[in-house]
Ligand binder design. Structure first.
Ligand code: RB5
Length: 150
C-alpha cells in the first residue's frame, strides 16, 4: 500500500470553507490543518507565518494557504527564505509554478475560483515536478537578496 501524502494546510476565515471542502474531498491525502477553525474574522499573516514555520521545522514538502484573494497569504509567506508561495488561479499556473518555480506552497483565493478548480490546481501542483536546469539558476538568484527577516 502506498503511503498517503502529508501536506500542511491553513486559511483565514475567507478560506475556511474552501479548506474544509478540499480536506473532505481528497481522502487520499493526509492534511495537517493549522486552522482557522471557523468563519470568525482572523488575520491571514498569523496563519501564513505559522505554516511557513512548520514547513521549515517539520520538512513538509508542500503547503497550502487560502484566503479571499490569495494575495495576502502570498505576500506573507514569501517573506521567508526558501519559501516559494505561488498564487494560482488555474491549472496552467499550478503546473508552471512547479515546473519553473519549484513552488513549495500553493496559494488559493477562495473568492476568485471554485472549489472544484481549487482541487484541480492542487492535484496538478502535487503531481508536477520541477524541471531544474535553467530554472534552478534563476531560483539561485533569489538568494542574492538580503532578506534580513527574523
Ligand atoms: C479578508 O477579508 C481578506 O482580506 C483576506 O482573506 C485576503 O483576501 C487578503 O489578501
Amino acid at each position: 500500500m502506498s503511503e498517503k501524502k502529508k501536506i500542511i494546510i491553513g486559511s483565514d476565515h475567507a478560506g475556511f470553507e474552501m479548506k474544509n471542502s478540499i480536506i473532505s474531498n481528497l481522502s487520499d491525502i493526509e492534511f495537517d490543518d493549522i486552522g482557522t477553525d471557523s468563519d470568525e474574522s482572523v488575520d491571514y499573516p498569523d496563519y501564513a507565518n505559522e505554516l511557513v514555520k512548520r514547513i521549515q521545522s517539520n520538512s513538509y514538502s508542500f503547503g497550502i494557504l487560502i484566503c479571499g484573494t490569495g494575495i495576502g497569504m502570498s505576500m506573507s509567506a514569501n517573506r521567508t527564505k526558501d519559501i516559494r508561495a505561488a498564487l494560482c488561479l488555474n491549472t496552467k499556473m499550478a503546473e508552471l509554478a512547479r515546473q519553473h518555480n519549484d513552488a513549495n506552497i500553493l496559494v488559493l483565493g477562495s473568492r476568485l475560483i471554485s472549489v472544484s478548480e481549487a482541487i484541480k490546481c492542487l492535484l496538478v501542483f502535487l503531481n508536477t515536478k520541477f524541471e531544474g536546469g535553467r530554472h534552478q539558476g534563476r531560483l539561485n538568484k533569489f538568494n542574492n537578496v538580503d532578506y534580513n527577516i527574523t
